[in-house]
Design a protein. Structure first.
Length: 343
């Protein structure tokens, strides 16, 4: 180890796959309260075969990143928002709250304990953190679990785009990922299980992923795979869908604010009808994993609608990307409260 870095890692060629890091945090909820959490080396969980997480999908998760700055310190980006959202998901699935101080302590402990796996500044790579909450314990009937585990593990992941932002194409799916009053706004595995088939079919047809329309009318864009959609209109508005079945992306809310405050665009949440894509000069998908992914075109009803270009990123999408990643890596001043330094 030199300068806190793990020298065996090829930081520039990481993808998005699991690499074991030495430490993870685990806490158990039992008899109505959280027991004291601890760091552990073991990366397998032993749980009861009847655990509700396994049969009835009583589980939720989060995804966030730790970013190495030029001065060697480590930034977290709006982790308090991940804590809030985990609890919103937990509420929807009748799971216990994870208090924000406990969530933040777990995140910081895991980052610090695995510090040598936080990739160096300048590689674009980051340490991805995966907190999750699962219902466990002896059970067979359909009801909430009697015990819960809260776990946070981490794995280094590569820059989403190597060699610059590249647009990709998406295809509208006939399937829905969530029901109108279902669990679309909760970050739960069930939504992802429902998306595996349409996502795989899209990839088999050489699209990056599918676009889901609103489940009630199939006329409006909801999500782009596991990311939120945004479009930049020809008259300089940043528009992103508003719907109770969309996962409220922290990246999306950050972009709404940056588009307005730093790029001077009018930022709005509203309906985006699939037959009115002509209003957009540029479009993209956003999320922690996808960061900002420019959308080249969307295939719908035998036609590929191309936005800015199938090969080049649009100028506003690029500026949003630079602003967001500049803040995350500590190169640009962040709005108040967006960055927590891990010390
Ligand atoms: C996690 C997630 C996102 C992105 O949310 P961020 O907070 O920006 O990472 C978007 N859509 C779905 C379905 C998700 O699960």
């Amino acid at each position: 180890m030199i300068g806190g870095m793990n020298m065996q890692m090829d930081w520039n060629n990481l993808g998005f796959s699991y690499i074991k890091t030495p430490w993870r945090y685990i806490a158990k909820w039992k008899n109505g309260q959280w027991e004291k959490g601890e760091l552990r080396e073991e990366n397998y969980l032993t749980i009861h075969e009847g655990s509700p997480a396994l049969h009835y999908g009583q589980q939720c998760f989060e995804g966030l990143k730790a970013y190495r700055r030029k001065d060697g310190k480590i930034n977290l980006f709006r982790a308090d928002q991940n804590s809030r959202r985990l609890n919103q998901s937990a509420r929807r699935l009748l799971m216990p709250m994870v208090p924000e101080p406990m969530f933040m302590e777990a995140i910081k402990k895991v980052v610090k304990a695995n510090e040598e796996f936080v990739p160096p500044y300048g590689t674009g790579a980051t340490l991805y953190l995966r907190p999750f909450l699962i219902g466990v314990g002896e059970n067979i009937g359909v009801h909430p679990a009697s015990e819960y585990l809260f776990v946070v593990f981490c794995t280094p992941v590569g820059a989403y785009f190597k060699g610059g932002l590249k647009p990709t194409n998406f295809i509208v799916s006939d399937y829905d990922r969530a029901a109108p009053n279902g669990t679309g706004a909760a970050k739960v595995g069930g939504n992802y299980a429902a998306s595996l088939l349409p996502g795989t079919q899209a990839k088999e047809s050489d699209y990056s992923d599918c676009v889901y329309l609103d489940p009630a009318t199939h006329t409006k864009i909801e999500e782009v795979g596991a990311a939120n959609f945004f479009g930049i209109t020809k008259d300089n508005q940043f528009i992103t869908p508003q719907s109770p079945s969309i996962l409220p992306s922290i990246t999306k809310y950050s972009l709404l604010q940056l588009a307005q405050e730093r790029l001077g665009l009018k930022a709005v949440e509203g309906d985006i009808f699939i037959d009115q894509l002509d209003q957009f000069a540029e479009a993209g998908a956003c999320g922690t994993a996808a960061v900002i992914s420019p959308i080249g075109g969307i295939y719908y009803k035998n036609h590929l609608h191309v936005f800015y270009s199938e090969t080049e990123v649009g100028p506003i999408t690029k500026r949003l990307y630079d602003e967001l990643t500049g803040i995350q890596f500590g190169e640009t001043t962040a709005p108040k409260g967006w960055i927590q330094v891990v010390e």
